[in-house]
Design a binder for this molecule. Structure first.
Ligand SMILES: Cc1cc2nc3c(=O)[nH]c(=O)nc-3n(C[C@H](O)[C@H](O)[C@H](O)COP(=O)(O)OP(=O)(O)OC[C@H]3O[C@@H](n4cnc5c(N)ncnc54)[C@H](O)[C@@H]3O)c2cc1C
Length: 398
């Protein structure tokens, strides 16, 4: 029977960060992972360049039933702390829109940095390891070796277990419901989960109607009752994607309408009225084509109007045109689900954990970190920052 201080289950972003911090404190840490490689999601993130954090991290950028829970961790291990680590390893990075920070070269830089830190902190990583059971040993043994794990690589006794197995997104990459199942085993509440940061599929009729737009990407304002995002929308052969759609998908409920303003930087009504005053006659479709892709105009606007010259269009019709472009309503059929989702909404109920240590309020020695928790960030480096911050906090106490 192997004995160690801490077992971290999951060698992803949050698990590695927790292991590093605990190892630095002199704790004996063993990280176990089902996969044959650590940090697979880090490697595929941000199109291979890992959007590892954001210059502006606010609690408002996170979705949770307990919106205050994330504040403590995010304020104790900030984006500046992670940037200091990036600086220590001289990893070149750049800023994109909305303060998003990406590696210049490769996401490998981030993973190699974490693995180097693990090595320095004497953390052991065991890959290809299936966890068969986690049991708490008798209460008499409270301080020593509270947990017994059975794994495909043998049995382990440890004082603390950190669950860092992430959410359900991208099952092909090895995502499992391990964290939720373990929580349920220990009577820790799990909130319903759903896919977040995920493309929409369209109703059959709409899918056919908008199929010719596949490939068009356009800067829009997308909103529902709860939130508004200004980013690109991308029409695909399956439906709608692009950053604005991924963002709103995390706030979307089935059956709900999403609104899109295709010309957020123009007061279209005024612009059309201005053009109408000109003596030169121009067809509506040509006027609109100055600001929007032709294919989009042809699908959004009534065919009969397209070839009419602007001067012959009534105010009432102008209002209808403006409405169709500035307030396009679409009722998605569904999301593409976990298959393509970047994150999982819901998960371990934060009210069951300490926001300072990430330890369960009821099972002493059991900690949950990262995406497994009901804390989900926006697109833009927020999910990794949550992984770093929550992992770091647990690492100070395990
Ligand atoms: C395609 C894609 C791109 C993304 N890009 C970004 C981005 O650029 N910026 C950003 O902030 N976020 C991004 N995300 C989200 C981000 O990757 C996650 O939020 C983050 O990795 C969560 O960290 P974690 O440690 O909780 O879980 P993970 O990083 O998912 O790690 C979980 C680990 O647990 C292991 N595991 C799972 N089940 C078991 C089990 N039963 N037994 C043992 N081990 C197990 C897994 O193999 C994995 O190594 C992206 C996600 C995807 C899918």
């Amino acid at each position: 029977m192997l004995k160690t201080d801490i077992v971290v289950i999951g060698a992803g972003a949050s698990g590695l960060m927790c292991a590093i911090e605990a190892g630095k404190r002199g704790r004996k840490v063993l990280v176990l992972d089902l996969a044959n490689k650590a940090g697979k999601k880090i490697l595929m993130s941000g199109g291979g360049r890992c959007n590892f954090t954001n210059y502006s991290i606010e609690p408002e950028n996170f979705i949770s039933e307990n919106p205050h829970f994330c504040k403590s961790a995010l304020s104790r291990y900030t984006q500046w702390d992670f940037l200091a680590l990036i600086d220590k390893y001289k990893i070149p990075f750049h800023e994109r829109d909305h303060g998003q920070l990406f590696c210049n070269d490769s996401a490998k830089d981030i993973l190699n940095m974490l693995l180097a830190e693990c090595k320095q902190a004497n953390v052991t990583i065991q890959l290809d390891c299936k966890i068969q059971s986690v049991k708490k040993t008798s209460p008499q043994n409270l301080e020593e070796n509270k947990f017994q794990l059975k794994t495909s690589k043998g049995s382990i006794q440890c004082q603390s277990v950190v669950v860092a197995t992430g959410g359900l997104s991208i099952p092909k990459m090895g995502a499992t419901a391990f964290a939720y199942q373990l929580a349920a085993q220990f009577d820790i509440n799990v909130l319903p989960t759903r896919a977040g940061l995920v493309p929409f599929t369209l109703q059959p009729g709409d899918k056919e109607k908008y199929a010719p737009l596949s490939g068009i990407a356009i800067s829009c304002v997308v909103s529902n009752k709860q939130q508004t995002f200004k980013e690109n929308v991308l029409f695909t052969h399956r439906g709608l994607s692009g950053p604005a759609i991924l963002q709103i998908s995390s706030y979307w409920q089935p059956g709900e309408i999403v609104r899109v303003n295709f010309l957020p930087d123009l007061v279209l009504k005024e612009a059309l009225q201005e053009k109408r005053r000109s003596k030169v006659k121009v067809q509506l479709k040509n006027s609109l084509a100055e600001w929007l892709p032709k294919r989009l105009v042809e699908v959004l606007i009534n065919q009969k109007l397209l070839t009419v010259s602007l001067q012959d269009i009534s105010d009432k019709k102008i209002n209808e045109i403006v409405q169709a472009i500035e307030n396009w309503e679409i009722k998605p059929n569904a999301t593409e689900g976990y298959r393509t989702a970047e994150v999982t909404l819901g998960g371990i109920d934060c009210s069951q954990l300490s926001s300072k240590t990430m330890q369960s309020n009821t099972v002493s020695g059991m900690y949950f970190v990262g995406e497994a928790l009901d804390v989900t960030g926006w697109l833009g480096g927020y999910n990794f920052q949550w992984a770093w911050s929550s992992g770091w906090c647990a690492g100070q106490y395990v």
